[in-house]
Design a protein around this ligand. Structure first.
Ligand code: FAD
Length: 351
């Protein structure tokens, strides 16, 4: 086994990716059959699912890093004064659009983290719960969520880390500020262990079509229960998350049913909208977690629990997710159901 060369990459420089040549310099390599013949792909998927989850948590880490960098800079950098308040220049964190970017980075990172914890817990239960019914249910949830989590977290992390550069302004584009490192490092997360398109394919074919949407509908019943609890709170600050999550769930049901029913006749058209579909599912899953966080925060605030400030900030983060992230579901659902036709309409030679 010979290392034929180290790759020069745009990021992830701590990991020396290289080309390995097996048996290149002598009589060739010997391969051994490990496990049962023709069951290799199944065995590989045990590893691949774990790796896909880990790539999601890598995306989470890079998002958090980007947020912390951007936040530090936004507090330090003094530039421009606020309209209507003639006077001295202010730290950029006081400008509405910088606040929007920071809050968007923060709330989406929190949503990704919450889903990561939930999937992680479900993996433990799927492997070790004494009741076989619980093990089966949790495994179905994990299998459904792995491609969604991998695709949504890595694509969102690409946006979050790019936003950090925007917060830095021109200095973000200058290497020495360090603002671009998370973006360069995280770019690979939407590619390795299967690109986003491959996750979408897996989601549609293996997770929706194969079980007729059973795992998805079981999960959405849990989301409905959360929506019921949100509605009973009747709190003004929960209005955005409740209305837009409800809309998201409705559109996700419609778009996934459409994908499932059309896949056998028009698979290419369905796959043409597949990335929008999996992103829609990820945004809804993140919104569900934020809604659950809001309910937990309200309960603890009302009980006078510790960390009141943390709990109030959590509610603000949830509001941002409800008002800025969840509204994307309407556009994504249209692309998921109507976008594939136009993608397949152009013949290859016309590109
Ligand atoms: C830094 C780094 C580390 C890596 N580490 C490892 C490792 O440790 N082990 C390992 O085995 N591999 C590793 N890889 C390989 C990595 O998993 C692949 O690069 C990745 O899965 C994408 O495959 P590909 O490069 O062949 O791209 P391609 O498959 O050629 O994809 C190119 C484009 O075509 C699209 N595409 C291809 N097929 C389809 C399809 N069926 N449907 C829709 N779109 C499609 C893709 O989405 C993408 O946009 C690594 C790669 C890098 C860059």
């Amino acid at each position: 086994m010979v290392c034929a060369g180290i790759e020069h990459k745009i990021g992830n420089h701590g990991s020396p990716t290289c080309t390995m040549v097996y048996g290149g310099s002598s009589e060739g390599a010997v391969g051994w059959l490990v496990g049962e013949q023709n069951k290799g792909l199944q065995a590989m998927f045990v590893m691949v699912n774990a790796a896909r989850f880990n790539v999601g948590t890598e995306s989470l880490a890079m998002s958090e890093r980007a947020y912390q960098l951007a936040l530090g800079y936004a507090r330090e950098r003094v530039q421009g004064s606020l309209p209507g308040q003639r006077g001295e220049s202010v730290p950029i964190i006081r400008h509405p659009d910088v606040r929007r970017m920071l809050l968007l980075m923060r709330s989406q990172t929190e949503a990704i983290r919450a889903l990561a914890y939930l999937i992680s817990g479900a993996r433990d239960l799927a492997g070790g719960h004494p009741d076989s019914k619980v093990r089966r249910e949790r495994q179905a949830f994990v299998d459904l969520m792995i491609p969604v989590f991998k695709a949504w977290s890595s694509e969102t992390a690409n946006e979050i880390t790019s936003m950090a550069i925007q917060v830095y302004g021109g200095m973000g584009y200058v290497l020495e500020s360090g603002a671009s490192q998370p973006m360069r490092d995280v770019r690979i997360c939407a590619i390795y262990e299967g690109t986003t398109a491959i996750q979408a394919h897996d989601f549609i074919e293996r997770k929706l079509v194969r079980d007729s949407g059973a795992a998805l509908h079981a999960w959405l019943a849990d989301v409905d229960a959360t929506l019921g609890r949100l509605a009973s709170q009747q709190k003004h600050e929960l209005l955005d998350i409740e209305c837009n999550l409800r809309k998201g769930v409705e559109l996700l049901r419609e778009a996934t049913d459409w994908a499932r029913l059309n896949y056998s006749r028009r698979p290419l058209v369905v796959l043409g909208g597949g990335v929008a579909l999996i992103q829609l599912c990820g945004i809804v899953a993140g919104g569900w977690q934020m809604a659950r966080a809001a309910l937990a925060a309200i309960k603890r605030l009302e009980a006078g629990a510790d960390q009141q400030e943390f709990l109030r900030r959590k509610l603000l983060s949830v509001r941002i997710y409800g008002a800025h992230v969840l509204p994307q579901v309407s556009g994504l659902a249209v692309v998921a159901m109507r976008g594939g036709d136009s993608v397949m309409a152009m013949d290859d030679a016309a590109f």
